[in-house]
Design a protein around this ligand. Structure first.
Ligand SMILES: [Zn+2]
Length: 393
């Protein structure tokens, strides 16, 4: 096996999360449960570029055929893109790859910055188009680049936020960027940062929708190979700690101090032994979570979950937690309600009529804990973050 970011053969298995279903496919009924597929979820680490990646790549069409996540519903994310738009005033033409429902295009339009988007989900892209935010529907590939360049000039800024982690072929992506971007143009990439997953023991961030988990080194290497240069990195606080990379279509630019600092830190701290340590920790913490749930059950305490994002699947399948230990999970999205969690098939319910007689809540959507806590009128309910298992106050 070769690294799909830098083609090195120095790539090693570091985490085995067992057999896992697709974390964003919620079966509706018995028939869909029988049809559900599971694959081995193994994470590898490349010693050369310091990227980690999942070996099994599930066909992107299967993953994104019915995608219902609308970014603009998320208030924090909306604010994040409004702030980003303010930094982009000096650019002539901006292309947003993975533009979703126009969460960045919309503030750009307000600032009169010329921009278009590209998004693979038809239903989501059409929402943006209806708002007058020009969106090309389809994957960002060679054909898409040719199609856009027939109608538009080359962009001097390309944004790809939460996109590169989902790619099937990062090298092809970098080559298409190179073809597309103007000479001296800038590429902005935003990713959830691998080092933060490791630090916070967030093994739940690994699932098949996202085969790549980048370090600054791996982003640098990926674009160096097409003649582009990583020159700046900003720390941003979305998705539990992310990085914003600035990459120039030119090799003549100076690297900032903060960029160098992050690269140096990785040189010292991001290696195979860190992953070995992480691997031991996730077994320990998963066992602890399950042991606590068993204790609650023995004490006849009623336990439910709150929030059913993709991470529920990774945690419950790895820790083997079913409705025997978590009675049901409440989620506020009507698209998930009355379905089952992937793999372990815990029922997902709306909050209406389901909030009484509850003793313990495992908060899977822990970013929203403050809002979730307010929903429960009974002050004796206790709340926990699943991994690491901690009481939330
Ligand atoms: Zn590599």
């Amino acid at each position: 096996m070769k690294c799909k970011v830098c083609t090195s053969k120095k790539i090693y298995e570091v985490i085995d999360l067992g057999r896992q279903p697709l974390a964003n496919k919620y079966p509706k009924n018995k028939y869909e449960i029988i049809k559900e597929k599971k694959y081995k979820l193994k994470v590898f680490f490349c010693k050369k570029c310091k990227a980690s990646q999942i070996k099994k790549i599930v066909n992107r069409n299967i993953l994104f055929e019915d995608y219902y996540y609308l970014s603009s519903v998320n208030k924090k994310l909306k604010e994040h893109f409004e702030n980003l738009s303010l930094k982009l005033k000096k650019f002539d033409f901006v292309v947003d790859i993975g533009s979703n429902d126009g969460i960045l295009l919309s503030p750009l339009k307000k600032l009169n910055i010329n921009s278009i988007g590209i998004d693979p989900s038809k239903n989501v892209g059409e929402i943006a188009n209806k708002k007058g935010l020009k969106t090309f529907i389809g994957f960002f590939d060679k054909r898409m680049v040719e199609k856009i360049l027939k109608q538009y000039q080359k962009p001097d800024l390309i944004v790809a936020s939460s996109v590169v982690t989902h790619l099937e072929n990062p090298i092809l992506f970098s080559k298409n960027i190179k073809k597309f971007i103007k000479k001296d143009g800038t590429l902005i990439i935003e990713i959830e940062y691998l080092q933060n997953f490791l630090k916070n023991i967030e093994y739940e961030r690994f699932y098949f929708d996202r085969p790549f988990y980048y370090s600054a080194h791996s982003i640098k290497e990926l674009f160096k190979n097409v003649g582009m240069k990583l020159f700046d990195i900003e720390k941003i606080d979305v998705h539990g700690g992310s990085l914003r990379f600035y990459i120039k279509n030119s090799l003549n630019c100076k690297i900032t101090k903060r960029c160098e600092k992050i690269l140096n830190n990785e040189k010292q701290n991001l290696n195979l032994s860190i992953f070995n340590l992480f691997n031991k920790k996730i077994y320990k913490h998963s066992k602890y979570l399950k042991d606590q749930l068993i204790k609650f059950k023995q004490n006849n305490q009623n336990v439910i979950g709150y929030g059913c994002p993709a991470r529920v699947s990774t945690i419950t399948n790895f820790s083997k937690i079913s409705s025997d230990l978590i009675k049901f999970i409440i989620d506020d999205s009507p698209l998930k309600q009355n379905r089952f969690t992937p793999g372990m098939h815990i029922k997902i319910l709306p909050r209406k009529n389901n909030l009484s007689n509850i003793d313990v809540v495992i908060v899977f959507a822990y970013e929203y804990f403050k809002d979730i806590k307010k929903i429960f009128k009974n002050k004796n309910v206790i709340f926990f973050k699943p991994i690491p298992f901690n009481k939330l106050l």
